[in-house]
Each structure stands twice: as C-alpha cells, then as structure tokens.
Design a protein around this ligand. Structure first.
Ligand code: GRF
Length: 212
C-alpha cells in the first residue's frame, strides 16, 4: 500500500513539483494525496492542479498567530485525504508543539543549508557571510524547534567565490529536487529508523563517504 502524502506549500512549489513527479512512478512507495497551501496566491497550486492533484487552500492570515486555530482547520483536511505523511515544501508557517509531536516521525521539511548550520531566514546569505566552501540542503524530520530535527538526507554543492545568494540558491535548489524525493522514498518504504536525535537508514551499511 502506498503511503498517502500531503505536501504543504506557501509559494512557487518547485520542491512540491519534484515530489509529484517522483511519485508518478509506479514503483514509488508514496502517492501525493493532496497539496495544501496557506495562501491562495501560491504559484504551486496551479502546478499541482495541472498534475491532477487535489488542492486545498486554508488562508492562514485571518488566524494571525493563533496556530492552534489554523491546525483545527488543517487536521480535518488531513483526515479527509487519509494522510499518512506530511512533506513541508516552502511552507512558511509554524506549528504548535502539540501538532508537531502528533506528526513526529511522519512529517518532513527541507531547508536549503547543511543543517545544523544556518537555520532560519536567508540561509544562503548566512552561508556566504560565513565564508563556507560547501553548502547544500537538508531533509529532516520536523520537531518543535525550527529547521532542526533528525536529518534524513543531505546533499552538498561547492560555494564559489563569485556566488550571490541567488546563484547559490539556484544550485542548491537542484540538489533539493533530487534529495527530497529520495528522502520521501526512504521514509515511505520504512527504511528509516529514529534513534533519539539521529535518523538511521535501515540496511545502509555502506560508507558515509558516498555523496547522495
Ligand atoms: C526551498 O528552498 C526550500 O528549501 C525552502 O523554501 C524553498 C521553497 O521553494 N524551505 P519551492 O517553493 O519548493 O520552490
């Protein structure tokens, strides 16, 4: 049985599109049951519709900082679409710790830096200001702390001397589109095991030198 996934977006949804494309393969262990946006003007909604994926918009603005009230509307949608797993893909809204705990081990996020470095806003600017020579992207399980949680997969790119936040973002985005589907495949096929703060890949006995 394929795992049923909700992708939550707020914007253009390029990671969402990568997940939809990967999940279209017959042997992919998950299907995209619904795309949910907290903004009616998210560009990703049209992309999802064009792929025949049901979309739901729950405008979050009227809820202000009342996260629990937003989640009280979100939960029944997740139930209605019988969602097993959540993928946050550029979803710009925080959850209550209670919601996060309920979905612990079943909710992923992607962040465009090699966490735990550079969480939060402007990760590419942070990377350039720190002068790192390698940056990348991280898929991690969501915990109440923002841009933290057991790391499922990372991918790296070299940082160039002439990089701007925009050029670095573009190269990292290519990595994101590769690793997010790979990470979801691992989770949906029960190949991940959480040991405290660490995510292990079941059956992965190889060297960690192998870049993914
Ligand atoms: C990506 O860089 C993702 O890592 C971050 O927000 C951006 C969303 O881009 N969390 P997109 O909407 O998937 O194109």
């Amino acid at each position: 049985m394929k795992r049923r996934v909700a992708i939550l977006i707020s914007g253009r949804g390029s990671n969402m599109a990568a997940l939809i494309e990967a999940a279209a393969a017959q042997d992919f262990p998950a299907e995209i049951a619904v795309v949910i946006s907290n903004r009616g003007d998210a560009g990703g909604l049209e992309t999802a519709k064009a792929s025949g994926i049901p979309t739901v918009t729950i405008e979050s603005k009227p809820f202000g900082k009342d996260r629990a009230a937003f989640e009280a509307v979100l939960e029944p949608v997740l139930d209605r679409y019988k969602v097993d797993l959540i993928c946050l893909a550029g979803f710009m809204r925080l959850f209550t710790a209670e919601f996060v705990r309920r979905w612990y081990g079943r909710m992923l996020n992607i962040h465009p830096s090699l966490l735990p470095l550079f969480p939060g806003l402007d990760p590419h600017g942070q990377a350039l200001r720190a002068g790192v020579k390698i940056s990348g992207a991280t898929v991690h399980f969501v915990i109440p702390e923002t841009d933290a949680g057991p790391i499922l997969m990372q991918g790296a790119v070299a940082v160039r001397d002439d990089d701007t936040p925009e050029t670095l973002a573009a190269r990292v985005l290519e990595v994101e589109h590769r690793i997010y589907p790979d990470a979801l495949r691992l989770l949906a096929s029960d190949q991940t095991r959480l040991e405290g703060d660490i995510c292990k890949i079941v059956g992965f006995a190889g060297s960690n030198d192998t870049p993914r």
